[in-house]
Design a protein around this ligand. Structure first.
Ligand SMILES: [Zn+2]
Length: 263
């Protein structure tokens, strides 16, 4: 067994433990071990660097209280560099200590602990989306092949077959439409991208034809930050930016899934 699969196994154990001992902040005592909490980041302090240690403290809250989370050594950089206030995080397998000065209980994230970002503050999950514009982090998991153009009457803005019942052929315009599936790690939705956004999508894995570009897209799972417009349970991709050129991090998605079940 190599180092990374050992790590994987350790993490899997941690997740199993986390389900058994999910806590609210007010329940945490100074001698607790194997702590799992899900909380909101209230404040991030600067990194503190000593001769032989590094640490960073963050303050988190849930509906029962507020507590400091202390992250040690190399983890204090890797686990906190993308955090901002308002983000929802989870601590997995943390341990508690009483701060000798303040006498307050703190949660520590050490060698066998983990801290993960559950949700960025400004973002919504697919299940939380409201009518209108939403920002969602997710993955393009599938792009549909098939019909890629629709016709519309430019005057009444309605989709038509060949001509408009009222305006005839006067103002018929063609639009590029690409349908895709976006998944946020928990839920999937079918989304339509039109014209410029559809072209931007196709250009991600450009082929010699639309169908070839779609085939290329379907070889990857592409992480994006999507601006989605919800209108009566229909979703339109307004814009997007790439988050990660690499394939999806399935492991992190698995953890998120477990956390949602445990919460
Ligand atoms: Zn018309």
């Amino acid at each position: 067994m190599n180092a990374s699969s050992l790590q994987e196994e350790e993490k899997n154990k941690n997740i199993e433990n986390s389900e058994a001992i999910t806590k609210k902040i007010e329940q945490i005592n100074s001698k607790d071990k194997h702590i799992y909490i899900k909380a909101r980041v209230e404040k991030l302090f600067e990194l503190i660097q000593g001769n032989n240690f590094k640490m960073r403290k963050i303050i988190v809250s849930d509906n029962t209280g507020t507590i400091a989370v202390v992250i040690w050594n190399e983890k204090c950089i890797s686990l906190t560099e993308n955090l901002s206030e308002g983000d929802i995080i989870a601590v997995i397998n943390g341990y508690a200590r009483e701060n000798p000065l303040s006498k307050k209980v703190e949660i520590h994230v050490g060698k066998f602990s983990d801290l993960i970002l559950v949700k960025k503050s400004k973002e919504k999950t697919i299940s939380e989306m409201e009518e209108g514009l939403n920002l969602v982090d997710g993955y393009i998991t599938f792009v549909f092949r098939g019909e890629h153009t629709i016709k519309k009457c430019a005057i009444c803005k309605k989709k038509v077959n060949d001509s408009c019942e009222i305006h005839g052929n006067k103002a018929i315009e063609k639009h590029l439409i690409i349908k895709l599936i976006i998944n946020d790690g928990l839920n999937s939705i079918k989304v339509a991208a039109f014209d410029g956004i559809a072209e931007k999508l196709l250009s991600l894995r450009k082929g010699n034809s639309i169908d070839e570009s779609i085939l290329n897209l379907n070889k990857d799972i592409i992480e994006i930050e999507a601006q989605l417009i919800k209108n009566k349970d229909k979703y339109r991709l307004k814009n997007f930016s790439l988050l990660d050129e690499k394939s999806a991090n399935y492991y992190l998605e698995e953890i998120k899934h477990e956390l949602e079940k445990a919460a």
